[in-house]
Every structure is written in structure tokens, then in C-alpha cells.
Write a protein that binds this ligand. Sequence first.
Ligand code: NAP
Length: 281
Amino acid sequence: MNIGILGLGLIGGSLGLDLRSHGHYVFGVSRQESTCTKAIALGSVDEASVNMNLLTAVEVVFICTPIGLIIPTIEQLITHLPANVVITDVGSVKTPIVKAISPLWTNFIGGHPMAGTAESGIEAAQRHLFVDRPYVLTPTATTPPEAISTVEKIVKQLGSKLYYCPPENHDRAVSWISHLPVMVSAALITACLGESDPEVLQLAKKLASSGFRDTSRVGGGNPELGMMMAQYNQQEVLRSLHQYRHDLDELIHLIEQENWTGLEAKLKLTQSSRPEFVEDC
Ligand code: NAP
């Protein structure tokens, strides 16, 4: 199959490596000429250009630009494509993208591979990034079944675990397990920084060990990522943060009341529930 990738960074470049290894012919388009040259040299694409015209003969295009550019990029791209081309994107938030693009392009299906690293750019591209990772597709009532099955076949070749859901459910679910943890972890770090005694703060920094490493990791990551989550998934991030504040208040109340039985019951519930979210615990 002739496949296009628009935006040759971590996700686009990694996608290209695997699609080529499955025998697809991959056309890549990126913003910078130097990225196009690197993508060919690294084996992510067969051909590359800074010009969207390169994609006129593909059957499917994966949009892998930064999230804020997905909608304007597709708006520009569709002026170059015949109507039968299937477009999908890999953006980490789905509702605004699906809402904006569905009326413009019938053969569009939103997607989100739940895989990544802390790196970015074409040099960070790696093989097998998507193997055994969830890959969510968010078709709507009007998405043509052929468009769904075309993208589905490709995603299955990547070795991903395929899930379908409405875009709104995707955004709500990722807010709980991805976006809320970033905000909570960020608040943990700022709360610690709020220690008023400089000597104690210094001591806390020296004593911080594995527990703090685990719980502060996502809050200490790339600020762009947290900004993206809050901006593009604002409603759901706020909803989950309000619920989280409610749960914090409950914990405060239990401790103030010295309700150790209630606190223990809560901690037993969290202990037994965690494996439902993550397997390796
Ligand atoms: P990235 O490594 O920064 O790659 C994005 C690439 O897009 C850049 O390398 C850049 O290439 C290119 N680009 C920027 N503006 C462009 C334009 N106007 N036209 C064409 N290409 C342009 O980012 P990423 O991590 O791969 O993320 C890409 C998408 O994947 C985002 O929408 C994100 O939400 C989604 N996603 C990310 C992850 C993750 O963990 N990283 C996971 C799942 C989904 P040049 O070098 O040519 O400027």
C-alpha cells in the first residue's frame, strides 16, 4: 500500500520504520528539508518532501504533526487529495480534531497510539514502538466502514492492541490516566517547594528516593506536554482535577477526624484497585 506520513518526528518516524518493514511504500512530508533527508537516511520513509503534493498518490495519510497543527494541516492537505484517500491522525486528544475534520473529509478517522518516549524529533524514531501498546480509533456514526477497516488493518500490522471508542470517551479516559497524573504530579512538586524552612527543604531534597521518583516523574517532564493536555482537553482535565480535589478533601477529613478505620478502608481499596489499571504491580 502507498502510505503518507505528514510530520516526521518521534511518532511519524517510528510509524514509517514499521510500515516499511511490512512492505508498504511510505511517502513522508515534513516542515524542514533536513528532517526529510534524515528520515530517508534512517529508513523511516521511501521518499520525502516539504511539499504536500508528494501525497497525491497515497491511499492513506497519517497526520503526525504537533497537536495544535493537526487541524490546519489537514485543512491544507485536503486541497491536494482525491476524495477516496483515507486520513487519520495520531493526536493525543480526539474530540476537537474529530469535530473539526469530520465535516470536511468523509474518509477521516481519528486515532491515538498510546506509545511514546520522552524524546522528540526524527532522530528519536524507533522500530516496534507500537507493539503491544493500545491504539485507539475513534470513528463516528458517519465514518465509512471501508475507512475504518483500512486503518484497522494497518494498526494491526503494527502489533498494537486496538480499541474503539467515541472521541469524547477517549478524551475523558485519557484525562484520568494520563492528564490528571501530570497535573497531580506537578502539584506534588510545587507543594514540596512550598516548604517554608530552607533547611528542611534542603533535607527533603537529599532524602527524596524511589517513592518521590515514581510520583514526580510525569510532573517533572516536558512542560509542552502538560500545556497541550490542559489546552486541548480542558473540560476533561478540569473534571478530573475537581474529582481529585474532592478525594484529597476526603483524605484530609479522615485524618483530621483520626478516622483510622476509614482511612485504612480507603487505602485497602486503592491497593486492590491499582492492578486494574496497571499490570506490573
Ligand atoms: P515530534 O517528535 O515533535 O514530531 C512532530 C514533527 O512534526 C516534527 O518533527 C516536525 O518536523 C513536524 N512538523 C512540525 N510542524 C510541521 C508542519 N507545519 N508541517 C509538517 N510537519 C511539521 O512530536 P511527536 O511526539 O511525534 O508527536 C506528534 C503527534 O503525536 C502529536 O500530535 C502528539 O499529540 C501525538 N502523540 C505523541 C505521543 C508521544 O508520546 N510523543 C504519543 C502519542 C501521540 P520538522 O523536523 O520537519 O520540523
